[in-house]
Design a protein around this ligand. Structure first.
Ligand SMILES: Cc1cc2nc3c(=O)[nH]c(=O)nc-3n(C[C@H](O)[C@H](O)[C@H](O)COP(=O)(O)OP(=O)(O)OC[C@H]3O[C@@H](n4cnc5c(N)ncnc54)[C@H](O)[C@@H]3O)c2cc1C
Length: 511
């Protein structure tokens, strides 16, 4: 039952936004004895990781592939750290194959060990066998380097003492080096095939929204190797169950969430955050304010219509310039489709990625990703049907600046839908006729529902916006912290969970 009693005038910690980063920080702080209020502008929690009902279906808005949810599988076990502290555990469904990647020369099944996958890749590209093996050996080493690093806030002076104590200096230097080298640079040392390059480029865009020539090599190594360490896991009931779990953790420790509560202002006095103002004028005082609303929406950006949450006079000119220059990801066209089960041949994987040509950059990539949540949890669709999230990447439609809410909007949306369905037919013939329910999200839909300028994933994960060069938690304003995908370590559910853990630790450490 949602608590509808009036909000109090003061809380110790106010969190703006119930994305996974904000909820993780809020729930952990509640568990550590803080009096926490989470304010969410939407009527559902989870931000990009929400599941919404539509007719007889429940659709996942965003993530479908999780790292490290499951006990004993994989290396990125940060979710489990949070579950243990909250003593709340999700019900999971596991599946063996991570995804199937279809490309003009064949099909790759991302399943099993790295060795099994390499066998598939080399069968498809035998002329590159030696280079592929050498490249993956290097990725393996970088992956090991990355996962051995403790998750600590980079803007806490204690972090440096801890790191130097726990990690040999040469490993830190090496990690820093490979954070500044792109995956493309590493790839070109070993492999010459433009087709293999294009496949890895597409995977980087699908999972980091940065192309090969901007993704840090260590991040690429994590994406390409970790999937072979733990298989796929999914929260039963949809990805939105993770947010629900965090809310249970928040509430059982006395915290509160309030929906349809947009924050329009962060109150600052003498350089210190003092509270927030809601859209209806309600003022709430706080000792700490945590913003999960994204860097641009929190600080503002020249040339956008965003009204920043903080008065920009509290920001250093260098911070304003930095936000103005940030590279932000593009967005997507998403089809939320209820589809007849007969469309999918026996043995179809829960996720299929498809490219129809070997693009070398994100600018000429057309890719379609089918994420079938009800393969993993049949309760998400009625019997005989499936609940699909079909994410379509196309430079003609995914760029935010090509969309405007004007008289052309409906026609443009119909055109994008048509293009996506035409490509979808190449993968699953008959899918168009098999659709009984369809909702379409454009970059502007994402922007509206997530209250996030640009409607995409946020600050790009490029070498120049990674690790130390990414926004951290502390800001120019005392007691105003940032959390979520725009902060270190970045985009993705496990990353924002790490961000939430670190952000909470700056206010209160585990008891
Ligand atoms: C289509 C898609 C597919 C994805 N696939 C994957 C995947 O397979 N695996 C993976 O790991 N990750 C994936 N991601 C990325 C992942 O979902 C995000 O990086 C992560 O969930 C972002 O979390 P966040 O904490 O930054 O919050 P967000 O999701 O950005 O949520 C922020 C919240 O703040 C609220 N808010 C904003 N402004 C205000 C305000 N002023 N007042 C009150 N509330 C406010 C919003 O309504 C929202 O609920 C995907 C994302 C998308 C969109």
């Amino acid at each position: 039952m949602r608590d509808r009693s009036p909000l109090r005038e003061r809380y110790e910690v106010v969190v703006i936004g119930a994305g996974i980063g904000g909820l993780t920080a809020g729930a952990l702080l509640a568990a550590r004895g803080k009096d926490v209020l989470v304010l969410e502008q939407h009527y559902l929690p989870g931000g990009s990781a929400q599941t919404f009902p539509s007719g007889r279906y429940r659709f996942d808005v965003g993530p479908k592939l999780f790292f490290g949810m499951d006990h004993g599988r994989g290396n990125m076990r940060y979710h489990q750290e949070v579950f243990a502290e909250l003593d709340e555990w999700p019900e999971l469904s596991s599946y063996e194959s991570y995804y199937t990647f279809r490309h003009p020369r064949g099909t790759l099944r991302i399943a099993g060990s790295t060795e099994e996958y390499l066998h598939e890749l080399i069968t498809c590209f035998p002329e590159e066998a030696a280079g592929i093996r050498a490249f993956y050996r290097r990725l393996d080493q970088l992956h090991e380097l990355f996962v051995a690093m403790p998750n600590l806030p980079l803007d806490d002076p204690w972090t440096y003492a801890t790191l130097l104590w726990r990690v040999p200096l040469e490993r830190l230097v090496e990690l820093n080096h490979w954070s500044q080298v792109t995956l493309g640079e590493l790839f070109d040392r070993y492999i010459t095939s433009p087709e293999v390059r294009s496949i890895i480029n597409a995977e980087m865009i699908a999972f980091c929204y940065s192309d090969l020539d901007e993704t840090p090599a260590v991040l690429g190594a994590l994406v390409l190797i970790e999937r072979h360490k733990g298989g796929g896991t999914f929260t039963k009931g949809g990805s939105g169950e993770l947010a629900k779990l965090l809310i249970r953790g928040l509430e059982k420790h006395g915290g509160r969430i309030s929906y349809r509560s947009p924050v329009i202002r962060i109150g600052v006095e003498d350089g210190r955050a003092r509270g927030v103002v809601l859209g209806d004028g309600t003022r709430i005082k706080a000792d700490w304010v945590i913003s999960n609303a994204g860097v641009v929406n929190t600080f503002g950006r020249t040339g956008t219509p965003v009204t920043p949450l903080v008065d920009q006079r509290w920001l250093r000119p260098a911070t304003r310039a930095r936000v103005d220059q940030l590279k932000i990801t593009d967005s997507f066209i998403t089809l939320f489709a209820g589809v007849d089960a007969s469309v999918f041949p026996e043995g179809t994987d829960p996720h299929t990625l498809y490219i129809d040509h070997y693009a070398q950059t994100g600018n000429d990539l057309r890719m379609i990703c089918f994420c079938n949540s009800s393969f993993k949890d049949p309760s998400l669709a009625p019997p005989g049907k499936h609940a699909l999230q079909i994410v379509y990447f196309d430079p003609d439609y995914c760029r935010y600046d090509v969309w405007q809410r004007n008289e052309d909007y409906a026609a443009r949306k119909a055109e994008a839908t048509e293009r996506a369905l035409t490509m979808a037919e190449q993968v699953f013939p008959g899918i168009r006729a098999g659709i009984e329910r369809l909702e379409v999200g454009t970059p502007l839909t994402y922007e509206d529902y997530l209250a996030k300028w640009g409607g995409g994933w946020g600050v790009r994960m490029s070498v120049d916006q990674f690790a130390f060069q990414r926004f951290q938690h502390k800001t120019d304003i005392d007691r105003l912290l940032l959390v979520g995908a725009d902060t270190h370590p970045g985009i993705g559910v496990v990353s924002v969970t790490m961000s939430g853990i670190n952000c909470a630790s700056l206010i209160a450490r585990p008891r």
